[in-house]
Design a protein around this ligand. Structure first.
Ligand code: MCA
Ligand code: AMP
Length: 469
């Protein structure tokens, strides 16, 4: 079965199957436009896509997948450091981008191939092997540059079919969201989901409450920051009453936001849990209860366990907390070029270590309690490694030492704060400096200039002392 089953088989020519912002294509037009891209790409193994929230990104990603290449989405606002790393590490042979995009100005500069959604072609590209990589998604660890998680076509198919079952997601749905198109949430669930399962798509550009309100969806996706902003605008929230299912993920949905949404929209949101490396593994179901503060039960084909520090399984009593480990059809194939990092994520009996701390109740319901590593920050649903931001700060000539932490924030879940030792520095200047080197969302929201960082007897920075008091 083709990965993008519905797209491959549809004969529907109605003009607005897939809409991004104010432009749309029918199913047949999207297939023919993407086929034109695939024709150009013949033979390419890895293809980067400048992943703006645009129709060009949808056509480019689909073109890459039809051609059997592994698609590497590049955040469109990635600064030179992050972009060079992704292009070099992935070995992408070409960068697909909207027409008019200038040549890449960097140390690694694959040729730019413009994507024109108005082109059409009808070549039949054979369906690639399901074991082949479909996407390489760059994701942060606690230290160093982001790692490329290799996701096979089979894993993506398994994830989407599991979600179709859990959420009763069908061609009768109209999916609406405004998520970025370079992560699992917006790209795998939010674009490849409709193309496999046949629901129409409205990508609203930016995820503003008024745009969600006007989208007329049956199914809505958002990160908790988006849901909290919608709950703060009752008029927008009330417009979602006609929907079928509201889904939250990528970070914990605060219980007051769950309650406000239930009250204003009439829908208790479905929460689901996942990671770039595992895709979505646990979820509440459309035909079952939704409980604030919990993320539901394993999806079809996924097994979970919670273990103590010695790796011994803990009881499913709703109280015992330990590391959540998962296995099943949705798991990634490993990090590109990083067997060392890869080995660290697997147990001896081949379970994936999520690094999240969880409990499981007697009824199988999972609750995510926190993360084992404080150096992984979740801000606005984005995963950000403290080490990557520290490394960027340390390249500034005035910075001598830097320590980055995440602290609770009412809108973003966590916000990035940088503690910096240096000479003649300004807060705004350092924030802009990071925003220029890396993706904009990795910038600190606050910089605190300090005389020294607290260190233990071994000289290691004690981050907990930075945030206490
Ligand atoms: C602000 N801007 C700047 C600067 N400050 N630009 C340059 N330099 C600066 N110093 C600009 C930005 O470019 C942007 O412009 C605008 O200000 C707003 O940016 P920002 O402040 O970062 O936005 P925000 O309001 O904080 O964003 C909240 C958000 C966003 C929309 C909720 O965090 C978001 O989209 N989150 C989704 C993350 C996500 O999809 N995670 C999924 C990971 P402009 O407006 O022009 O762009 S996948 C995952 O987790 C899994 C598997 C799962 O479970 O789903
Ligand atoms: P990423 O790889 O960017 O997708 O981030 C994955 C991480 O997001 C997980 O390890 C969790 O820490 C967090 N996460 C995703 N969904 C949820 C959720 N529903 N509740 C709490 N944390 C979540």
């Amino acid at each position: 079965m083709p990965l993008l089953t519905w797209l491959a088989e549809s004969t529907d020519e109605r003009p607005d199957a897939i809409r991004v912002d104010d432009r749309s294509l029918s199913w047949v037009e999207l297939r023919r436009a993407a086929t034109a891209v695939a024709d150009d790409l013949r033979g390419a193994r890895r293809v980067a896509v400048s992943a703006t929230a645009s129709l060009e990104t949808v056509v480019g990603v689909v073109g890459g997948l039809l051609a059997g290449a592994a698609v590497v989405p590049v955040p469109p606002d990635a600064g030179p450091v992050e972009r060079d790393h992704i292009l070099r590490d992935s070995g992408a042979e070409v960068l697909l981008a909207p027409p008019g995009t200038p040549p890449v100005d960097g140390a690694v500069a694959p040729p730019v191939m413009p994507v024109d959604p108005a082109r059409r072609a009808d070549t039949r590209h054979p369906e690639p092997d399901a074991a082949n990589p479909a996407l390489i998604l760059y994701t942060s660890g606690t230290t160093g540059a982001p790692k490329g998680a290799v996701l096979s076509r089979r894993a993506i198919a398994a994830c989407l079919d599991g979600l179709a079952d859990a959420w009763a997601w069908t061609p009768d749905d109209l999916l609406a969201h405004g998520l970025p198109l370079f992560h699992v949430h917006g790209l795998v669930l939010g674009v490849l989901g409709p193309l496999r399962l046949g629901s129409r798509l409205r990508h609203v550009g930016r995820p503003r409450p008024d745009r969600y309100a006007a989208a007329g969806g049956t199914l809505y996706f958002g990160v908790p920051t988006i849901w909290s902003r919608i709950a703060a605008e009752p008029a927008a929230a009330r417009e979602l009453r006609g929907a079928r299912l509201l889904v939250s993920g990528s970070a914990a949905l605060p219980e007051p936001v769950f309650a406000a949404l239930a009250e204003m929209t009439g829908h208790r949101p479905v929460e689901r849990y996942g990671m770039t490396e595992t895709l979505i593994t646990v979820s509440a179901r459309a035909d079952g209860p939704r409980r604030p503060g919990t993320v539901g039960v394993p999806l079809p084909g996924v097994r979970t366990r919670v273990v103590d520090e010695a790796g011994a399984p803990l009881p499913a009593d709703g109280a015992a907390m330990g590391e959540l480990q998962v296995r099943g059809d949705t798991l990634f194939d490993g990090y590109l070029n990083r067997p060392d990092a890869d080995a660290a994520t697997r147990t001896a009996d081949d379970w994936f270590r999520t690094g999240d701390v969880a409990t499981v109740g007697p009824d199988g319901w999972h609750r995510i309690v926190g993360r084992a590593a404080t150096d992984l920050i979740k801000s606005g649903g984005y995963r950000i490694g403290a080490g990557e931001v520290e490394d960027a700060l340390l390249t500034h000539p005035g910075v001598r030492e830097a320590a980055v932490v995440g602290t609770p924030h009412p809108d973003l879940g966590q916000q990035i704060i940088a503690y910096v030792v240096g000479d003649g520095l300004g807060e705004a200047e350092l924030i802009d400096f990071v925003a220029r080197q890396l993706s904009v969302h990795k910038r600190p929201r606050q910089v605190r200039l300090v005389d020294a960082l607290p260190r233990n007897a071994m000289g290691k920075v004690q981050k907990s002392r930075l945030t206490e008091g």
